[in-house]
Design a protein around this ligand. Structure first.
Ligand code: ATP
Length: 252
């Protein structure tokens, strides 16, 4: 589904050059839920920005669903973002002046979905993600967890090839974070969503199938959950986090 091939991202000019990404390569298969962890400054945000086409790469290729996005025109990129990607940010990024229902339906309207089929799709997705009770509320009337689940419904409703999540539980208390992670796990296992999630949080990472640890702009280690329980996977993730040491100690 996603193939990242030798991506380099260099910031700055001759005097001060930062290799934020140093030839990073990895694949995410269709139906996988992958976590990206690493110390502060390791390149996680830069990687997410390149895959989401918010930023351009210095060299290398990013293939999504068989198409190389590094060679696309601005117009092709806008269509790609709209049709093939779903985003969940740390701060839900819902539009304050629209209700939950309107926020979710807007994604379908922008994609060009026929108006008559929109309410059914919005209601069905909201019910699956447990936010059917807040569809008529505005974001300021929702809890943090409800806002994140509405944002997840907005990301899912268009049927994107890939969901990109940036610290989706970063602003939630532990109870709301657990609900959100269970919803994301359900999106992956029952609804077939392919998800790449950047997180500092080993607990959040333990809900994924595989964790890639990034250090100095390259993959430093990789853990697969396999048949392991979530608790056992969490313990192994914590071992790598402790090994990375220093600032990565805050990764928990
Ligand atoms: N626009 C920019 N100009 C110059 N350097 C940058 C820019 N953006 C990021 N960097 C540098 O690239 C490196 C990687 O940064 P990035 O934000 O991707 O790290 P991160 O792993 O997301 O960190 P954090 O966990 O703290 O958010 C850092 O050294 C950072 O200072």
């Amino acid at each position: 589904m996603l193939s990242v091939r030798s991506i380099e991202k260099v910031f700055g000019s001759r005097d001060s050059v930062t290799h934020a990404l140093a030839g990073i390569s990895f694949d995410v298969a269709a139906g996988e839920f992958v976590g990206i962890m690493g110390p502060s400054g390791s390149g996680k945000t830069t990687l997410l920005n390149c895959v989401s086409t918010i930023d351009t790469v210095t060299s290398g290729h990013i293939i999504v669903g068989g198409r190389d996005i590094t060679g696309m025109s601005r117009r092709q990129l806008a269509k790609f973002r709209r049709d093939d990607l779903g985003f969940i940010f740390q701060d839900s990024n819902l539009l304050d002046t629209l209700t939950g229902f309107e926020n979710i339906s807007l994604a379908l309207t922008i994609k060009g979905e026929p108006a008559r089929s929109i309410p059914g799709k919005v209601n069905a997705m909201a019910a699956r993600l447990g936010v059917d009770q807040v569809l008529q509320k505005y974001p300021y009337q929702m809890s943090g967890g409800q806002k994140q689940r509405v944002a997840a419904a907005r990301a899912m409703v268009t049927g994107p090839k890939l969901i990109l999540a940036d610290e989706p539980t970063g602003a939630l208390d532990s109870r709301a974070a657990t609900v959100m992670l269970e919803i994301m796990e359900m999106m992956n296992t029952q609804m077939g969503a392919t998800i790449m999630m950047v997180t500092h949080d080993a607990f959040a990472a333990s809900y994924t199938n595989r964790v890639l640890f990034i250090k100095d702009g390259a993959v430093f280690n990789e853990l697969r959950r396999g048949d392991e329980s979530r608790d056992a996977f969490f313990a192994r993730i914590m071992e790598v986090v402790s090994f990375l040491g220093g600032e990565a100690g805050h990764v928990s």
